[in-house]
Write a protein that binds this ligand. Structure first.
Ligand SMILES: [Zn+2]
Length: 622
């Protein structure tokens, strides 16, 4: 057959292939993939697919990367499908201590009309401290790696246990960026969800938190390694593609050489120029209608490429749901402006609100927030979620926790500042109500026995709990009470200004807030974040009418393993003629104070404005 004749006489050393006399269709590129496909399908019997043994030849295999198309993705070619790894698995200690700093991911995907598999080519540019040859370990699970190259050389690789390992040649003595290219295909086990949407139309949406980018592109899948990214996605004509960053021109007819022979696709390109962690790098594909929701952050969006310095706020939704979505996202631009005032400049190039198949209610993907498709299709009120995800653009996406254990720096901030939108629109009482809900949720949860900074979770998904969200938000609320309005908001702005685009730990926040406050806050961070629990307070009070004095005793009854809390408590005495408030620092397991009150109180209330997190075990008066 023509194929064998064209291959005739050549070994598997690719450069020796003679393609000149073959029909034009059988370009060298096609041979590479034909050969790989045949090997995978078992057509070449003497060749058992062991990439290491295959590529470990004495003759270096040099092929120009740009001449290779992604692998064919026809169903006839059997997939070598590596076993999936557990979702959210906590990494092995030391896993991310390798000498690797990814600068840029260039991810190219082919999504065929059948929407049941993908092929991909990912180019990774990275820096390392050491020069010379070295080995590289990337996270990559589920898809079948078919080719790894660096500087035109085909590299032997091993893919197992969710990791892709290979040695790169490097140039001794040269400290430089290194670029590697990986081609793969298959059905993602997770991370990029290929499925029909609520209306039965095919969609593909990435959903990466906490470390699920590895299921669709090879990566250093850790929040501390931020990088820029470009996405080139070849999809059927009726589907649109949204991603982080800005769109590079309108979609164009795809080059079938780049789509592994799938005809009739359109190529969409997006570029994200602001470094972000892999858990926020997304593409979304489906039949979507795009609507404008206004401009925002005008003059306060340094990344904007618009002449007027604003960012565009848009929504990308399934056509049957456009009316519902118009309502859901109608105030998104207003929210962005509020948070610009509160925190500082908007960190990204645009803001798209996208109806998607995320497994979360909302996922704050940088500049392309994904919302649950069911929630939007049901017409539910999601304004609270929208505000929460928009806050994440500053805290989580721009100022990113350096490790998953510091998740509260993302979720606590979004849970606290999200409700600020209603301070503006509905007044302080609506905000206090939301704080009260956070408090009740946390107290009723089953995570009170663990600290917010939890080193002992066995799966990262366990961190999506009331410690990271509710208690994290309440910690910020209490911090505001301790340091005062001015120091708190100055501190938050300084913290953003200082760490925008970077990574943080809880110590970084503490340092900035101590600076703003002018006093140490170690005691505060230790008791609320490093240790578990909350104060359980029993209060006893008596009245001495000769002295017009109440004696108040506060007993901290919480578990002995929990800290003894120190907090500024406001006591409100209810009297016939009104109320009288006294604020004092409660400290120690048993605490007693004499307080002057103008007249005999009828009752005593603790923390009337709801600043603190505690459980009131009981108040006993005379
Ligand atoms: Zn969140």
């Amino acid at each position: 057959m023509p194929v064998s004749r064209c291959l005739g006489g050549s070994s598997y050393v690719l450069p020796t292939m003679k393609t000149k006399n073959c029909p034009r269709f059988w370009s060298r590129t096609a041979f590479v993939w034909l050969f790989l496909s045949m090997a995978l399908a078992g057509c070449i019997e003497s060749f058992s697919f062991n990439p290491l043994s295959w590529f470990r030849g004495p003759v270096p295999i040099v092929i120009p990367w740009d001449s290779i198309s992604p692998p064919p993705i026809t169903a006839e070619v059997e997939l070598l499908d590596p076993l999936p790894i557990e979702i959210g698995r906590v990494p092995e200690p030391g896993r991310y201590e390798q000498d690797l700093d990814v600068i840029h991911y260039d991810v190219e995907l082919v999504i065929p009309p059948t929407n049941d598999r993908i092929s991909s080519r990912t180019t990774i540019r990275y820096l390392r401290d050491r020069a010379g040859p070295h080995s590289l370990t990337l996270d990559f699970s589920g898809l079948s790696t078919e080719l790894v190259t660096a500087e035109g050389r085909v590299l032997p690789f091993v893919q197992e246990g969710g990791l892709l390992r290979f040695d790169t040649p490097g140039r001794p003595g040269v400290f430089d960026t290194v670029q590697v290219e990986i081609m793969a295909r298959g059905v993602p086990d997770d991370g990029l969800i290929l499925r029909d949407n609520v209306h039965g139309a095919p969609t593909a949406f990435a959903d990466n938190w906490p470390n699920r980018a590895r299921y669709w592109f090879p990566s250093n899948d850790h929040p501390s390694d931020k990088a820029t990214a470009t996405f080139t996605v070849h999809v059927p004509g009726e589907r649109r593609v949204v991603a982080n960053g800005v769109q590079l021109g309108p979609p164009v007819p795809a080059d079938s050489q780049r789509t592994g022979g799938v005809e009739g696709l359109l190529t969409w390109r997006w570029e994200n120029r602001v470094p972000i962690p892999t858990y926020l790098m997304v593409v979304g594909v489906g039949e979507m209608e795009v609507a404008g929701n206004g401009l925002a952050a005008c003059g306060q969006s340094p990344e904007s490429s618009r002449g007027d310095g604003c960012i565009e706020v848009t929504s990308w939704v399934f056509p049957p749901d456009t009316a519902l979505a118009r309502e859901a996202f109608s105030r998104a631009a207003e929210m962005v402006d509020l948070y610009v005032d509160l925190f500082g400049p908007y960190p990204f190039q645009k803001l798209a609100n996208v109806q998607s198949s995320t497994s979360f209610g909302g996922m704050e993907n940088a500049s392309a927030i994904f919302y649950s498709e069911e929630t939007i299709a049901s017409g539910a009120d999601i304004e609270g979620t929208v505000a929460h995800e928009i806050v994440h653009q500053w805290f989580g996406d721009s100022v990113t926790p350096a490790d998953w254990q510091h998740l509260w720096l993302s979720e606590g901030f979004a849970s606290y500042f999200g409700p600020f939108f209603w301070v503006q629109t509905q007044g302080d009482a609506a905000f206090r109500e939301r704080i009260e809900t956070l408090r009740n949720n946390y107290l009723a949860s089953n995570v009170t026995g663990r600290p917010v900074l939890d080193q002992d979770v066995t799966n990262l998904l366990q961190l999506l709990n009331e410690n990271s969200y509710e208690k994290g938000a309440l910690v910020l609320h209490m911090l505001r009470n301790v340091v005062g309005e001015r120091a708190f908001f100055n501190g938050i702005r300084r913290y953003y200004q200082r760490f925008a685009g970077g990574n943080v730990t809880t110590d970084d926040l503490q340092m900035v807030m101590e600076d703003a406050h002018g006093e140490p806050l170690d005691w505060f961070f230790r008791q609320w974040l490093h240790r578990p629990g909350y104060p359980a307070l029993r209060v006893e009070w008596s009245w001495e009418s000769e002295l017009n004095q109440a004696q108040v005793r506060v007993i901290q009854e919480q578990d002995d393993l929990w800290p003894t809390f120190r907090m500024p408590m406001e006591f409100e005495f209810l009297m016939e003629g009104g109320v009288h408030r006294v604020t004092d620092w409660v400290d120690g397991r048993e605490w007693t104070r004499d307080m002057l009150v103008p007249e005999r109180p009828t009752d005593l209330r603790l923390d009337p404005d709801g600043w603190l997190l505690f459980e009131q075990v009981g108040v006993t008066g005379p």
